[in-house]
Ligand binder design. Sequence first.
Ligand code: ATP
Length: 346
Amino acid sequence: MAEIVIKKVAKSFGGFHALHSIDLTIADQEFMVLLGASGCGKTTLLRIIAGLETPSQGEVWIGGRRVDGLPPRERGIAMVFQNYAVFPHLTVFENIAFGLRMKKLPRQEIERRVTRTAELMHIEQLLKRYSGQLSGGQRQRVAVARALAMEPDVILMDEPLSNLDALLRLEMRAELKGVLAASKTTTIYVTHDQVEAMSLADRISVMNAGKIVQAARPVEVYRNPAARFVGSFIGNPPMNFIPAKRAGDGKWQVAGVALDGPQASRDRLEFAIRPEDVTVGAEGIPATVRVVEPLGVHTLLTCEVEGALFRAVVESDLAVTPGDTLRLAPKPDRVRWFDPESGMAV
Ligand code: ATP
C-alpha cells in the first residue's frame, strides 16, 4: 500500500512563496498528474515528495509512514526526470541494473528484474548496447525501465516525455499508461501538457501560483472546472467567458440574451461555455464570425461577442464566411457560471 498524503506543505525560497499550504491525498496505485503552467510549483512539490527539497512547513506521508525527515533512498520511491540521466558509457543492461547493484541484490534477482522490465518497455533487444548509441526515445525507455526495476511503491516523473518528438511522445504515452497500470505503483507525473494530463491521469491536480486549484478526474476537470482558471487553462481552444448581469426571474442577461442561471448573491457573474457546447440556430447569443478554420472533422469559428473573442466548434458542412452573424445557443446543461471576483465556480 503506498498512499501518499501531503499535509499543509508550503515552500519558500527566500521571500518567494513557491507553494502555499498544499493538501493532497494520492490513493494507492493511483496515477496523479500535476498540471500547470511554467513556474506554478509542480516540480517543487514533486521534489519535496522525493526528498530532494525540504518543505518550509507541512508533512509528507508515504504508505502510512511520515517521510519528510527521511533521505530519498529511504522513501520507497523511484524517479524519472526530464533529463533522464542514463549513463552513456554503460550498456542498457547495466543502466537498468544500476540501482539494483547499489542495493546489493543477488545476481539472479538483478537479471530477473532487468529482463522483465526491459521486456515491458520493449527494449530487450537493446540490452547489450551502450546507452550513448540509443535514440532519445530508447534512452527514455531505459530511464523508465530503470525506475520500474527498483519495484518501487511510488514512481515520480517530471516531464519525462518532453524531449521526444510528437509521434514518439504519443507512442510512449500510450505505453507508459499500460505499463504503469500493470506495475501497480502509485505514480505522480508532472507536466504542463494538458493533453498528456488528460490522457494519462486517473486524477489531475491543476496548479496555479503555488496552489492546487482543483484535483479531480480528467472529465470532471474538463466539464466542471472549479475555477475560471481551470476552464481557461484546460481545453484547446479554452472555455468562452461572457460577463452576465442579473435580469430578474432567475434569468441572467448574457450578450443581450436572457438565460436561466443560478441563485447568487451577486448581481454580476461570468457565463462560461466550451466551444463545442453551442449550436447554431435561430436563437442564442449573437456572434460575428471573424475567422473560419475548417479542421476536417469539424470547423472552428473565431467570433466576436460584445467585443470579446468567442470560439465555436461547428459541423464542417456549415456554410459560413467571415463577417456573417450567427446565433449560438449554449447547451443548457453545459453552461457554467463563475464569480467574477473570486474566479470560483458558482
Ligand atoms: P516548470 O514547468 O517551468 O518546471 P514548475 O511548475 O515545475 O515549472 P517550479 O520549478 O516548481 O515550477 O518552481 C516554482 C517557482 O519557484 C518558480 O517561480 C521558480 O522560479 C521558483 N524556484 C524553484 N526553485 C527555486 C530555488 N532553488 N530558488 C529560488 N526559487 C526557486
